[in-house]
Ligand binder design. Structure first.
Ligand code: UGA
Length: 432
């Protein structure tokens, strides 16, 4: 099939590259000419494991192209995927500006019947609005399909090939069948439904996962107070298949470009129809508090942060990505700097990205060792493999006194005991 993808962010690019890999002819459009230049040279503008190899392979095989020209992008297409960002406005509502721009460009440039597929996360009712908007600009016939994405950053390529489901929302069975056919080589179960339900599935899924995280974080905070171990608790809970063992990892709260934005947007969406989504508001509240709890613990231990050397290991909102959007590290580091601490930060890939967001006072280290040397305290904020496998004895050797606050429960308690470090984690007993 001849496919156009609008937007080369992580969703658009991963979708485009995967569709080219499974036998389609794909052209990706982006207004950012610099990005297009990089992509044509086989360079991925984002860090996503496996993406660049697949990109280069399909460029060489002549399956994927990149352009900044709308005329070129839609000249030959049969299906158009919209994968532009829908960031949060100040009030939490989804900002549809990029989506509207993309839709108008599509409407002005299509010449023959098309299926227009929305991958961007959009509030319920948006696809209907898109339809009306397109009709304003063209008389060419088209169908609208909602096809939300469930890709996790850092494992987006894997998820694209091994997803649990593909959701297709459509008014027309024929359009849904064509999109189903397009995905067939992936051999992933397809669920066809109406457009509004498809739009809601996306928000409800992210909100539910965020709820699981806030729930286990509350349990962890309770475990801290009653002397239980959240690791054992979430393992024991997860054995019940109705609960499942995923997304029960306690820590410093969820971040990234999706959960914080989508939970707020769903609360707003509910508010628009006079529905108070109390549960989800609490989920958001718990998450905001969770990020600061680690700083509270540090303050309790060392009294004042003024002129203390604090090493921060891990900056990105989760491992295997350089994405810093809504990372817990941003809030935590800002507070540390505000309280007069000297922050020495290390991350395996996100330092360049982090520099755009973090206070200028932050010092960056080139390795874990250089970050922790002579530090008063270490904070672990992202569970990168490199950080998890760093030998605990090294802290003892390199720090004045090895005091570790682990916001991601990277080490086992017996390991910490054997190494003789002072080890604070989330929802697990203190090791002294
Ligand atoms: C999330 C969803 O998992 C995807 O299904 C969805 O497609 C995507 O949002 C999106 O809407 O585009 P992502 O934000 O990439 O994916 O990352 P997750 O792996 O879901 O992690 C989100 C945050 O939750 C991270 O900060 C992570 O550290 C945290 N988390 C996750 C926990 O604190 N505990 C857990 O048990 C799991």
């Amino acid at each position: 099939m001849k496919i156009s993808v609008v937007g080369t962010g992580y969703v658009g690019l991963v979708t485009g590259v995967t569709l080219s890999e499974i036998g389609h002819q794909v052209i990706c459009l982006d207004v950012d000419t610099l990005k297009i230049k990089m992509l044509r040279n086989g360079q991925s503008p984002i860090y996503e494991p496996g993406l660049e190899d697949l990109l280069r392979k399909n460029i060489n095989d002549g399956n994927i192209w990149f352009t900044s020209s709308s005329t070129q992008a839609f000249a030959d297409s049969e299906v158009i995927f919209i994968a532009v960002g829908t960031p949060a406005n100040h009030d939490g509502t989804a900002n549809l500006f990029y989506l509207e721009q993309a839709v108008i460009e599509i409407a002005k440039n299509i010449k023959k019947r098309q299926i227009i597929v929305t991958k961007s996360t959009v509030p319920v009712g948006t696809n209907q609005y898109i339809k009306k908007l397109i009709e304003k600009y063209t008389t060419v016939e088209f169908d609208i399909v909602s096809n939300p994405e469930f890709l996790r950053e850092g494992s987006a390529i894997y998820d694209m090939f091994h997803g649990d489901r593909i959701v297709i929302g459509s008014e027309l069975d024929e359009a849904a069948a064509i999109i189903g056919q397009l995905y067939k080589p992936l051999k992933i179960p397809i669920y066809k439904t109406d457009i509004r339900s498809a739009e809601m599935i996306k928000y409800a899924s992210n909100a539910f996962l965020a709820t699981k995280i806030s729930f286990i974080n509350e349990i962890a905070n309770l475990c801290d107070k009653v002397g239980a171990n959240v690791e054992a608790v979430s393992y024991g809970m997860g054995l019940d298949q109705r609960i499942g063992n995923q997304f029960l990892q306690a820590g410093i709260g969820y971040g990234g470009s999706c959960f914080p934005k989508d939970t707020k947007a769903l609360v707003q969406l509910a508010g628009n129809v006079k529905h108070e989504f109390e549960l989800l508001k609490a989920v958001i509240d718990v998450n905001n508090k969770q990020q600061m709890l680690l700083v509270e613990k540090v303050k309790k231990r060392i009294t004042s942060l003024l002129h203390k050397n604090i090493a921060v290991l891990g900056l990105s909102f989760k491992p295997n990505t350089d994405d810093m959007r809504e990372a817990a590290s941003l809030v935590i580091i800002e507070e540390l700097v505000k309280q007069g601490a000297t922050v020495i930060a290390y991350d395996p890939v996100a330092i360049d990205e982090a520099k755009k967001y973090l206070p200028t006072e932050v010092v960056y280290a080139k390795s874990i060792e250089t970050a922790i040397i002579d530090a008063d305290v270490v904070l672990i904020l992202t569970e990168w493999e490199e950080i998890k496998s760093f030998n605990l004895h090294q802290y003892k050797a390199l720090m004045k006194k090895a005091v570790i606050f682990d916001g991601r429960n990277c080490y086992s308690l017996p390991e910490a005991e054997r190494a003789g470090v002072e080890y604070y984690s989330v929802g697990r007993p203190l090791v002294m």
